[in-house]
Design a protein. Structure first.
Length: 431
């Protein structure tokens, strides 16, 4: 006879509570020894605050960890080279915080044994002057290993380096080699280099048909050249640069300052402004030659202090980059030059200081986002490039290669506005 299985009866909650001997009216508040107190009807406010504090501390710790990791990576003092077919390529320059001048001619390494213990991070021992500190001999060069090329981003984001010397052996420099070198004032080239040259510390190719790099902090070099080293504000406090007229420095003084420090003349031989050439440059006025054919990708990216673009036509060759007198140029007119053919992508992105733009009929190529974010809303009005003036009629202009989103567009949440386009426009006269 098959044995019948017996089903175990389920224990009711009441039975369990009875086992614990918990009074029914204290079921939700009773505290069992060794366990946390029930939180029924008790605010969790303090717990939320603790969680927020904990998450905040963790976030700060992660950010600081990333920051110091990147900082350590960029300041190892390591110089990385790679052998190529005819010499060596400088792949990465990692400043140890002491290098203000650097020569690119032969491979180099940092001899840490030659760095004295008393030297400060920003350059030199406490007892040395700035000039003496620069001449420290801890950079050791190997004259058997010539450097012939400079890799992209080789000097990326360096904040200490002020002067670079390009040796005679260098044949190739990537356009992104000196990207975001915030303290860089000058790039000087050996006169025997057959591929590159400089004019007053600004980098060009040898025949001066392309301007390659205007160092970001070149205006600091010019301030020292012209003697603007003792500027003070109205309270007598030291001031590194001048941004407008003050009680001490009137309008005439400010204009002279801008002409000498924040103006740049592109030589008449130049046909191309290279990629990233003037990125972040502190320039107020620039003069472009009528022979210019191309403005490269990111050519004036985030050079937001540019207020004026002028073009000039000169009967004689001009290699002077410093502004002297507008009458020396012959014919001068506002905005981009006649004969310009290409405006590459993001060429004028974030250049909100500009207020007038004219596209000559010779332009047949405009890259994507060429003038992006160069308009801003201030006091209810759109400023910056708030209208685009185009010499060609609309049908002719549309036959060219025109990239997406090339026009400035103000976009701030609910308020979006594409600027007006004036086709068949006439160029404005000089004021």
């Amino acid at each position: 006879m098959k044995k019948e299985k017996t089903k175990k009866a389920k224990t009711s909650p009441e039975t369990e509570f009875e086992k614990l001997d918990i009074p029914e009216d204290e079921i939700w508040t009773y505290r069992i020894e060794g366990l946390a107190e029930p939180r029924i009807n008790i605010s969790h406010k303090n717990q939320t605050g603790k969680k927020i504090l904990f998450v905040s501390l963790i976030s700060i710790a992660v950010i600081l960890s990333l920051y110091f990791s990147v900082l350590a990576l960029l300041n190892t003092g390591d110089l990385e080279y790679k052998e190529n077919g005819d010499g060596y390529e400088l792949v990465q320059f990692s400043n140890n915080g002491l290098i203000r001048e650097f020569e690119i001619n032969y491979t180099a390494e940092i001899d840490n044994s030659k760095i004295s213990a008393g030297e400060m991070l920003a350059g030199g021992s406490e007892s040395e002057s700035e000039e003496e500190a620069i001449e420290n001999d801890f950079i050791v060069y190997d004259e058997k290993k010539p450097v012939t090329s400079i890799h992209e981003y080789a000097f990326n984001c360096d904040a200490t380096l002020q002067t670079v010397y390009i040796g005679a052996s260098v044949k190739s420099i990537d356009s992104k080699a000196f990207y975001s070198c915030w303290a860089l004032q000058n790039i000087f080239v050996d006169e025997n280099n057959p591929y590159y040259c400089d004019i007053d510390g600004v980098l060009f190719n040898k025949d001066k048909t392309e301007i390659i790099c205007y160092p970001i902090d070149h205006d600091k070099f010019l301030r020292e050249e012209y003697g603007y080293t003792d500027l003070v504000d109205d309270n007598g406090n030291p001031m590194e640069e001048l941004w407008g007229p003050t009680e001490k420095y009137d309008e005439a003084y400010f204009e002279k300052y801008n002409d000498e420090v924040r103006s740049f003349v592109v030589p008449s031989t130049v046909e191309k402004i290279g990629p990233l050439c003037f990125n972040y440059a502190n320039i107020r006025t620039i003069y472009l030659p009528e022979g210019l054919k191309e403005i490269g990708t990111l050519g004036f990216f985030d050079a937001g202090n540019i207020n004026n673009i002028y073009s000039y036509k000169s009967s004689a060759e001009n290699l002077e980059t410093r502004y002297v007198n507008v009458s020396d140029f012959g014919v001068v007119y506002p905005s981009l030059p006649e004969g310009l053919e290409r405006i590459e992508s993001d060429a004028f992105t974030k250049d909100r200081g500009l207020s007038y733009m004219y596209i000559p009929s010779s332009v047949t190529f405009i890259g994507h986002h060429a003038f992006w974010d160069s308009v801003v809303k201030e006091d209810g009005n759109l400023n910056g490039i708030s209208a685009m003036n185009i010499a060609s009629d609309e049908a002719t202009f549309d036959k060219g290669e025109i990239g997406s989103s090339w026009l400035p567009k103000y976009d701030n949440g609910l308020f979006k506005k594409t600027i007006d386009v004036n086709y068949s426009a006439e160029r404005a006269a000089m004021e």
